[in-house]
Ligand binder design. Structure first.
Ligand code: HEM
Length: 545
């Protein structure tokens, strides 16, 4: 029957339709689609092409995509619609308007989960972990994560792990490099530092990325590969990656292999910790997240205690969330310091003022350093854009309509460079904008929806305090001992990579020159006073909403 219908259709076309008719019909279709696309975009917004949507515009600006996107948002009044090329609901709006961001992240939080689009793409690597979860599954993990991470015990432990890595690995490595005069990619060194740090905090294990000779670490490599391959699904037509997944070929096969390596490591660690608990009857001597969760009383919604699978997914999510963000933030910070010697002197003065053990010096919070890091992340946010998926039709505060299953992308990079939010000097690196008249950090009073670097609302980054402690300890220790000399000729090369994390495309080559006078700002192992290290205002701001 179907065959007959096709045959009739072919005969009809052959007999009654000429090639020129077909060309006219195609041109008319294309024109209608172009007009429709053009009408659906806002004045100033990038062209939405028939069939290809925003893709041609993105390709034309691959080299300066972040700044181009920020300029397009500014021209379009802060929000514009976009459409991808393939189905699967790849359309929505891009915004940098703080009121819209507040609406999505807080006011109408229930309508904007991470959603199935995100979850499906990270399913293999993250399973049901916090980063991938919504609803009750997310809430339960969030409660557990907040309780553990904000406990005095974890804060003290994590300060100890930071101090241990900074004193025991990072500084000796830089001393050796300084003595030999060798250049190194600072971004790579920092990525190794934060990977080791998050593995120690989450699992209580030394991943060994900062070990002598900076070895290749299979677990770290597998983790990076699995993340990259999961992210590739966001820019690949779903029919393509799903077919590859079904057949077990190409990038999908590589993803399965990388994920298996990550999960084997995590499963082994969880298994060994369980065995230790069974053998010794307690994990009281261990403070990492895995041990704390394993030995905490079962939550009401999970009377039999956390399953091994839950613990594995929880820790993998933490590694994904915490492994690269603070390192890229530090890399951009050192890059900015290199071209702002006045800011560097003020940071150094702050570090010196903090004296001996800066983090132990009660009340000495290195506010200027805190402000300089905050300012650096305004210009170079480690997560340059993020998105949520609408459950139901909605209208954003600026009047933009969002349909169910569409995405709202909030563009943190553009938000940090928005004149309306930060004034005419919004492109300048000026830590002073975060300080009050007495030089105390006053950023805690800024709206988190204007500075969404750590997200905001109920899903505010749960590792924010940890990240600041880590970045401040590393920056203070390095700056007190070395001048970080950026190798000349990199001004053109240091560009952000197109990724969900704002890596530098080709890293940052530096040399370390020992300072004549040496200061000792690293926290003592055990880091007793890290609780006091954050300015009060920042602690208040951190409170989850
Ligand atoms: C400068 C460093 C950091 C930045 C800029 C940052 C930024 C963010 C952002 C934007 C999100 C929201 C992601 C989303 O919902 O799609 C987030 C969530 C999260 N971050 Fe961070 N992060 C940093 C460091 C860390 C560290 C060191 C840890 C772990 C110790 C961590 C743990 C988490 C977790 C677990 C979540 C998920 C929270 C939830 O969904 O409830 N982050 N972070």
């Amino acid at each position: 029957m179907a065959r007959e219908l096709v045959a009739v259709a072919v005969r009809f076309v052959r007999e009654y339709v000429r090639a020129s008719d077909l060309a006219v019909a195609a041109a008319a279709l294309f024109a209608c689609s172009a007009v429709r696309s053009r009408l659906s975009a806002k004045p100033g917004a990038p062209m939405l092409w028939p069939v290809f949507g925003i893709i041609p515009a993105l390709f034309a600006h691959l080299d300066d995509i972040y700044d181009w996107g920020a300029a397009a948002l500014a021209r379009a009044g802060g929000t514009f619609p976009y459409r991808g090329m393939w189905g699967g609901g790849s359309s929505g709006v891009i915004t940098s308007v703080p009121a819209n961001v507040e609406h999505v992240l807080k006011t109408n939080f229930a309508n904007y989960p991470k959603g199935p689009y995100y979850r499906e793409r990270f399913a293999e690597l993250l399973g049901g972990g916090i980063f991938n979860a919504d609803g009750d599954a997310w809430r339960a993990q969030r409660r557990a994560a907040s309780a553990e991470m904000h406990s005095a015990r974890f804060i003290e432990f994590s300060a100890g792990t930071i101090a241990h890595l900074v004193r025991g690995k990072l500084i000796p490595l830089m001393e050796a490099l300084s003595e030999s005069g060798a250049a190194v990619d600072l971004q790579d060194v920092l990525l190794r530092f934060t990977f080791d740090n998050i593995c120690a905090a989450a699992f209580g294990v030394d991943a060994g990325c900062l070990a002598e000779g900076l070895p290749d670490v299979p677990f770290a490599r597998a983790f990076e590969r699995a993340t990259e391959l999961s992210l590739a699904r966001f820019v690949t037509p779903p029919f393509l990656w799903k077919a590859k997944r079904l057949l077990g070929v190409g990038s999908e096969r590589a993803l399965v292999e990388a994920t298996r390596a990550v999960r084997e490591f995590a499963d082994r660690t969880v298994g060994e910790r369980r065995a230790e608990l069974r053998k010794t009857g307690t994990l009281a001597g261990r403070c990492d997240l895995l041990s704390r969760l394993m030995s905490s009383p079962p939550p009401p919604d999970c009377p039999e205690g956390y399953s091994d699978e839950f613990l594995r997914d929880f820790c993998i999510s933490f590694i994904l969330a915490g492994r690269d963000t603070s390192s890229v933030a530090l890399a951009w910070f050192f890059w900015l310091l290199a071209s702002h010697p006045d800011v560097e002197s003020r940071v150094l003065a702050d570090v010196v003022r903090a004296g001996g053990d800066a983090l132990d010096a009660g009340g000495s919070s290195m506010d200027y350093l805190h402000a300089a890091l905050t300012e650096s992340m305004r210009l170079y946010p480690p997560v340059p854009a993020d998105f949520k998926e609408a459950l139901e039709d909605d209208v954003l505060p600026d009047g933009t309509a969002v349909r169910a299953r569409q995405r709202v992308i909030y563009y943190t990079y553009a938000m940090g460079r928005d004149k309306a939010s930060w004034g005419p000097d919004c492109l300048e690196f000026r830590p002073e904008r975060w300080l009050d008249a007495r030089g105390a950090f006053a950023g805690g009073t800024e709206s988190p929806y204007k500075y969404a670097v750590f997200n905001a609302g109920p899903r505010l980054c749960v590792g924010k305090r940890f990240a600041y402690a880590q970045m401040k300890a590393a920056a203070a220790a390095v700056l007190a001992r070395f001048r970080v000399e950026v190798l000349p000729g990199q001004a053109e090369a240091v560009k952000p990579k197109l990724n969900t994390t704002l890596y530098m495309k080709r890293g940052l080559m530096v040399r370390f020159a020992a300072r004549e006078q040496r200061h000792e700002p690293v926290p003592a192992a055990g880091g007793r006073a890290i609780k006091r290290e954050l300015p009060k205002a920042a602690i208040e701001r951190d409170g989850e909403e």
